[in-house]
Write a protein that binds this ligand. Sequence first.
Ligand code: NI
Length: 199
Amino acid sequence: MILPIVAYGSPVLKKMADEIEEDYEGLADLISNMFETMYEASGVGLAAPQIGKSIRLFVIDASPFAEVDEDEEPDPKAAGLKGFKKVFINPIIETEEGEEWGFQEGCLSIPTIREEVMRNPQIRITYYDENWNYCDKEYDGYAARIIQHEYDHVEGILFTDHLSPLKKRILKKKLVQISKGDIEVAYRMKFPSLKRGKR
Ligand code: NI
């Protein structure tokens, strides 16, 4: 089932999400719905707050980053991303290391905006997978980048929070438009300040 993705300005996106227990009702269905919703919106990651649930859960499928043209040099940052499809439950980023690098990030909750965000290249993260196996893993390159972005969501942080005050000021009007649903978007969304009468 495809779920509506909540847009910028929704309070749930600014909340620190709660951990869940192994008996969380409907978890398997929720995970499968989140993947379906993410694919429908052509995303590589989706966090539970983005579908309105303030819980520490996100899903990632980074395989689009592994696709390269035959005449292109393989990107070392994309190494190991073929079939990189994972579920992260109750994650904790334990360490973030290395010299920060910039990457143009986008977010399904903030359509039409892409901006460069600086982050550390290497992370160590502990979490439970969809079968409640405890995992302690290190990631780098695009995998780390996507995880850091989704992890921010369960901490109540958006990529726009990482931008400079000047950049934020420049984007302000566009962000207000997004929260009002005053944008063209190809997937189902829920807007916090939608004017009455408009779908
Ligand atoms: Ni996002």
